[in-house]
Write a protein that binds this ligand. Structure first.
Ligand code: MN
Length: 413
């Protein structure tokens, strides 16, 4: 039997309207370190998006290394596996990998020449072979497919999917061989940072849609039946992809913005025995409450007063829906929370937005719109003829795809 914790999408260094959240990240990592020991987890798997940015600040790095240090000293947890997500810099994660390996912390920033590197045999608490992990990082286009000139968007997508399928098949085969070599019937667990069909996106979960609609998704059958469990990252709401719950998103441990306010956050505690895996969510405490409040001035006043009475320390996103124009709305609202523990992080004036931006719908901020939606609004705004739009959309998506892969070049340094 092998017990481990699966988590992902920490996004260390993420800010909320420029407000730092290091205290929350620190509280989460402390909680996680104690949860690992309390539950007797022999391994910790982190499926991507460790950092929010490819160039994390020094505070963020300090939190990360301090946490890894506590894991290395854990009396229970014998191995940590960290894979890169689309937000991470593969080179940044990989830079200390030799040093970390000495502490039984395995880092997979990008796939290398040898897929064997992604197939790890981990020991259990007794020092015996406990499980095999296929530590597959986020697969960038350049990792799994060769671009060809003149390819259509559909051709590219099909080639990308074939590449992902082939890669998972390859590591499954290697894992099968490794298991046979061990002569022990240990479970095989796969990791991934991708959007698996059947996964449910929450509004604004930080997953950038590079491709519209169903493009960019991967069917769950890319994962070999050899895998007892698939530890996924990328979507921020915790969820099962398969009915049995053995292909699963742990979700982000902290709310990534107000769109995730009120979402219950968790990590997964997984027990593997024989070919079977069982996962239960461990709820992460709320370290900083995010709250959305809306209404006209009288309603807002009433809500904020009652929150103040309850001694709320929430971060607020306030949407003013009143008809009356209030010139100094942020100041007015600020005076309502002064002397309380609450902090206003964002103010939206539904009516003002409506009149000023026309095409932008009530309650929206530019930051809430998907990049493709913004482009659509531009096409509408400039009254671009329908016939020209498909070509422009394609060109725009190609630009986006190239922006999303800043790491392709950094192999040089
Ligand atoms: Mn993420």
């Amino acid at each position: 039997m092998m017990k481990f914790i699966h988590t992902s999408d920490w996004h260390i260094g993420r800010t909320e309207n420029r407000a730092g959240r290091h205290a929350e990240f620190e509280a989460f990592l402390d909680w996680l370190a104690s949860a690992v020991d309390r539950h007797g987890a022999e391994a910790l798997l982190v499926s991507g998006d460790i950092f929010d940015s490819p160039t994390p600040g020094t505070r963020s790095q300090e939190l990360y290394y301090r946490f890894l240090c506590s894991m290395a000293a854990s009396p229970v947890c014998r191995n940590v596996v960290i894979t890169a997500g689309n937000h991470d810099s593969p080179s940044f994660l990989n830079a200390p990998r030799e040093l970390l390996r000495a502490l039984r912390i395995h880092v997979l920033g990008r796939i290398g020449e040898n897929p064997e590197d992604e197939v790890l045999a981990l020991a259990d608490a007794g020092g015996e072979a406990g499980m095999i992990v296929c530590a597959v990082p986020y697969l960038r286009d350049g990792d799994v497919r060769l671009s060809e000139a003149g390819e259509s968007m559909e051709d590219k997508e099909a080639a990308r999917l074939r590449g992902i399928r082939a890669h998972y098949a390859r590591v499954a085969e290697l894992a099968g061989r490794k298991r046979a070599g061990l002569g022990a019937d240990v479970p095989v667990v796969a990791m991934g940072h991708l959007f698996v069909a059947g996964g449910r996106r929450s509004e604004g979960d930080g997953v950038r849609d590079l491709y519209a609609g169903s493009l960019g998704m991967v069917p769950a059958d890319v994962f070999s039946p050899l895998f007892s469990y698939v530890a996924l990252g990328h979507l921020h709401a915790p969820q099962k992809v398969s009915g049995a719950g053995t292909i699963r998103y742990s979700g982000s441990p902290l709310p990534m913005g107000f769109a995730e306010a009120g979402q219950k956050k968790s990590v997964c505690l997984v027990e593997c025995a024989g070919g079977k895996a069982e996962a239960v969510p461990l709820e992460v405490p709320v370290f900083q409450e995010f709250l959305r409040v809306s209404g006209n001035m009288a309603e807002l006043e009433e809500k904020l007063i009652s929150l103040a009475r309850a001694d709320s320390g929430a971060w607020l996103e306030i949407t003013y829906t009143g008809g009356e124009i209030i010139g100094d709305l942020p100041l007015c609202l600020e005076s309502l929370v002064s002397g309380t523990r609450m902090q206003i992080r964002a103010v939206k004036d539904a009516r003002l937005l409506q009149t000023m931006l026309g095409g932008i719908h009530a309650g929206e901020r530019l930051a809430d719109l998907d990049v493709l939606e913004v482009f659509e609004r531009c096409l509408d705004g400039h009254e671009v003829p329908e016939a020209q739009r498909p070509g422009l959309r394609l060109a725009y998506r190609e630009i986006l795809a190239s922006l999303d892969a800043p790491e392709e070049e950094d192999g040089a340094d």
